[in-house]
Design a protein around this ligand. Sequence first.
Ligand code: HEM
Length: 187
Amino acid sequence: MSLNPQEFMAKMEARMVFSTEDKAVLKAGADWGKEVAAEMADHFYDYLGKDPEMNAIINAKEGRIHRLRETFIQWFLEMFTGIDDWGNQYAERRWRIGLVHVQIGIGPQHVVPAMATVVREVGNKLKAEGKNDELRNALGKICMIDLAFIEQAYVEVSSNAVLQETGWTEGLFRRLITTGAGQHAPA
Ligand code: HEM
């Protein structure tokens, strides 16, 4: 079980129907992105700060929240520029962001509502400024692609850790998961 970020990116682009037009809309919106990035970071960390569990994570180390604000702004802007036109570098970067969160113990229950916050706040801002839906749609798609990277990193890293620790084969592991899911699913 090892993920190739470039292949994963290509698959997510196709599944999210992230088109050449979406990329052009994002690039054209890059200046707007710069204008609002700090405000979006404020919304994001206000939101995380209101949740006791997430608040504890983001304030666990001195200077972390300051660093996080900077990395958030950079991440936010990269969605508009695509770094290298949403190519290999973009995919590698998104994969790394996923791994960093897994290392800190941040799971789907944290990341999904956090990304929903970004989508909601961006939507509110665009609406308040009377902008059309094109940018909102394109941003929504790239946010979901970025979210898929973080979620997939969680699955890949946890699965690999179990395989390494136990020496199980991938086939056995998959069978155990399927059987376990069967036990939890309603009859
Ligand atoms: C929309 C979802 C999220 C995005 C886009 C995001 C973005 C980022 C980025 C770009 C980094 C820097 C990664 C690197 O060092 O290469 C980072 C690190 C981190 N994120 Fe997130 N994040 C998200 C959700 C969360 C949530 C929900 C939490 C807390 C519950 C969180 C806490 C952290 C922490 C603690 C770090 C490491 C900071 C350090 O360097 O000490 N993130 N995040």
